[in-house]
Design a protein around this ligand. Structure first.
Ligand SMILES: [Mg+2]
Length: 345
């Protein structure tokens, strides 16, 4: 009898593991295959290549009720460049493939590509190929990013050691709260199309975080300049909880996060409270901040302590100690990975 297993039952990462379980790498040049932010490929020179790919689907990852096409083009590049940054590599090339319904005009696609162009310019990457085809419904965007770094600088998820410090760049939770604001405004508009959405200027960083995120190529440069090679790294696309779990699983360690040291912008804190949400929950379980989560050897602490936009937020502990949050109230909670599950979204 044939069985039918629902895709949702495995979750995104379970599904990837399931589908790739029988694949063995045949090429000696494949240094690292599926399972990190990017694959690592030997070039024969001093540097290795890193390659990553990501797909954005209308109605799942973006909603045209509030997503300007130019921002979407920028974001499609930025989120892929972010995975290259997560390997501590410099992005160099991208390819972009689109499936487009006849709802989109050439002018609309020009807008999208203006955003792609701005991102390529900002990150110094070249658009070197792709494919364009039609879809029955909606827009599908697939971007592949290629980067490069000296082999000794490439950072995987799997190198965190007990005693390493856990660091976070930028601020978390802003993108999630920006999305909640946009969703709320969309509902107001749908209920009454004559109402103008209320975009408060003090929330502009929250809107920018979800609509036009930046990849942290600046941090990759900062690490190089200051002689820092993180012991492990991942970009925060699905929320801090999910990402620290990935590092802990890949590295065979546990972690303790200090709630008080998780960077959350004041406007995000205020907006969270207005939505009756706990700000730390937005940082842990919200997503799409595209900041970097990494660990460093404690001997490097003086190299990172005074770097801008970088926060020491916890410590790697033994695997048996689990993954915990030490709250500002002094309690210890288990961290559970409840990232955005786009299969349910
Ligand atoms: Mg990633």
């Amino acid at each position: 009898m044939s069985t039918r297993t629902d895709v949702n039952s495995l979750g995104e990462f379970g599904l990837i593991e399931h589908l790739t379980r029988t694949f063995k790498n045949r090429q000696p040049s494949t240094v690292l295959g599926v399972g990190d932010d990017a694959a690592i490929i030997e070039t024969g020179g001093d540097e290795q290549l890193v390659v990553s790919t990501d797909m954005l689907v209308e109605g799942i990852h973006f909603d045209f009720a509030y997503t300007p096409l130019k921002h979407l083009g920028y974001k499609a590049v930025a989120v892929n460049v972010s995975d290259i940054c997560a390997m501590n590599a410099r992005p160099q090339q991208i390819t972009i493939s689109l499936a487009i319904s006849n709802r989109f005009s050439v002018e609309a696609l020009d807008e999208f590509y203006a955003g792609v162009y701005a991102a390529c310019e900002n990150y110094g990457v070249d658009l070197v190929g792709g494919d364009t085809t039609s879809s029955n419904k909606g827009l599908y965007i697939s971007v592949t990013a290629i980067g490069r770094a000296p082999a000794g600088r490439i950072t995987r998820r799997s190198g965190a050691k007990v005693g390493d410090l856990i660091c976070i760049t930028g601020h978390l939770g802003s993108a999630y709260l920006g999305l909640q604001l946009l969703e709320r405004e969309k509902q107001v508009y749908l209920a009454n199309p004559d109402m103008q959405p209320e975009m408060k200027p003090e929330n502009k960083d929250l809107y920018a975080a979800i609509l036009r995120p930046e990849a942290r190529t600046d941090m990759v440069d900062l690490f190089a300049k200051n002689g820092i090679v993180p012991t492990s790294m991942i970009d925060i696309s699905d929320g801090l909880a999910s990402e620290i779990m990935h590092i802990c699983k890949a590295s065979g360690v546990g972690a303790i996060i200090e709630e008080g040291n998780v960077p959350i912008k004041q406007e995000a804190q205020l907006q969270a409270l207005e939505f009756n949400l706990d700000p730390i929950t937005c940082a842990l379980s919200g997503g799409e901040d595209y900041e970097l989560l990494f660990t460093i050897d404690p001997k490097d602490v003086d190299k990172v302590r005074f770097l801008p936009d970088l926060y020491i937020s916890g410590e790697i502990v033994a695997k048996e100690d689990g993954v915990k949050l030490h709250t500002v109230g002094g309690n210890i909670h288990d961290v559970k990975a409840q990232g955005w599950n786009h299969f349910n979204g």
